[in-house]
Design a protein around this ligand. Structure first.
Ligand code: AKB
Length: 335
């Protein structure tokens, strides 16, 4: 068996129980509320605590426990973990790729910066025997990575501050796993498509906006070229992948950072699929330099064969299911 150096006080903590007690940080972004809802269905409302530094809308308070948590404040986090017997920590908070690139200085002031926050979260996780989940993305790859498909292990030289911070997080978590036995888990997400949350500031955002535009004005102006292919995923597959990965026994994991894939499409292809429902959709293309350059440096497809093999990952949504669901969900929300 692998020899690991135990972190001080690690031995005194209890191992996770069957029913996890989950704390989600940065919970008011694109992914937190939906993940909390899916986890609560499985584990009960009280076992999943959503947190952020912002005040949530009333409906979020009504869904289940919500607390203030600042990931840069160790004492605040430790108190939450200890008082609530937390066993899983899910760290969601990020400035997405395009907004990060437009504000490189700002990126260093937000809590997503792994060199300031990851050692702190990892220490907390080791001290309290937590399973720690940190998301990564297609943005962790760069122009020198294999693009079609990008495997789990390959050259990673991203050209965005967002990608650099993600690679740092992957490496730091894996290092602490090998050195101290941290139960670090990381998934590289594709562009996530959701009817209920607007991503804001990402390179893959057009794949959400196009549905809203199709239903409101019938015209979408796309900031990427028509043939820009990127990996994408329906949000419910993204949440399910995260939960199934967190549930997987450690013995099944040959890696700590996995790619997960569902589909890859271009703006032209998703528009064509939408036209099967809304034939009047018109799309014009006006590529913007930042986002087109970022997209051109990212993989067009993910190889997720390790995730499929090790812990049984399988997406439920392909392009046609995604389009049908997005149009129905946005319509339902409007009514
Ligand atoms: C972005 O476009 O920045 C994100 C991502 C793929 O990480 N959606």
């Amino acid at each position: 068996p692998r020899q690991i150096n135990r972190w001080p006080s690690y031995e005194s903590s209890e191992p996770p129980t069957d029913c996890p007690r989950v704390l989600i940080t940065g919970g008011l972004g694109q992914l937190g509320v939906g993940l909390a809802q899916m986890l609560r269905k499985q584990y009960g409302k009280e076992n999943v605590i959503l947190s952020d530094i912002r005040r949530p809308p009333t409906e979020v308070y009504n869904m289940g426990p919500f607390v203030y948590a600042d990931v840069l404040d160790y004492k605040n986090l430790r108190e939450l973990v200890v008082n609530n017997r937390i066993t899983w920590l899910v760290h969601y908070s990020a400035l997405l790729s395009a907004i990060g690139e437009a504000n490189v200085a700002l990126v260093s002031t937000i809590p997503d910066v792994p060199h300031s926050v990851l050692p702190l979260l990892s220490h907390l996780a080791l001290e309290n025997c937590l399973r720690l989940f940190v998301p990564s993305t297609i943005g962790a790859f760069g122009p020198s990575s294999p693009r079609d498909p990008a495997p789990d292990l390959c050259i990673q030289r991203p050209r965005t501050i967002y990608g650099v911070s993600k690679v740092h997080a992957e490496l730091m978590g894996e290092y602490l796993h090998h050195k101290y036995g941290l139960d670090f888990r990381c998934l590289r997400y594709p562009g996530v498509v959701s009817a209920h949350t607007k991503p804001g500031g990402g390179t893959t955002d057009y794949a959400v906006q196009i549905f809203h535009d199709a239903l409101s004005s019938g015209h979408h102006e796309c900031y990427l070229r028509s043939n820009t292919r990127l990996p994408m995923m329906h949000i419910s597959d993204c949440h399910r992948a995260t939960i199934e990965f967190m549930q997987a026994p450690e013995s099944q994991l040959s890696l700590r950072t996995y790619n997960i894939a569902a589909m890859s499409f271009t703006p032209e292809e998703v528009a064509e699929e939408i036209r099967k429902h809304l034939p009047y959709l018109r799309v014009t293309y006006n590529p913007d330099t930042i986002r087109q350059t970022i997209a051109d440096s990212w993989p067009v497809r993910f190889d997720d064969s390790n995730a499929r093999q090790d812990w049984g990952w399988k997406p439920a949504y392909g392009l046609s299911e995604l389009v049908t669901d997005m149009l129905a969900s946005i319509r339902e929300k409007k009514n």
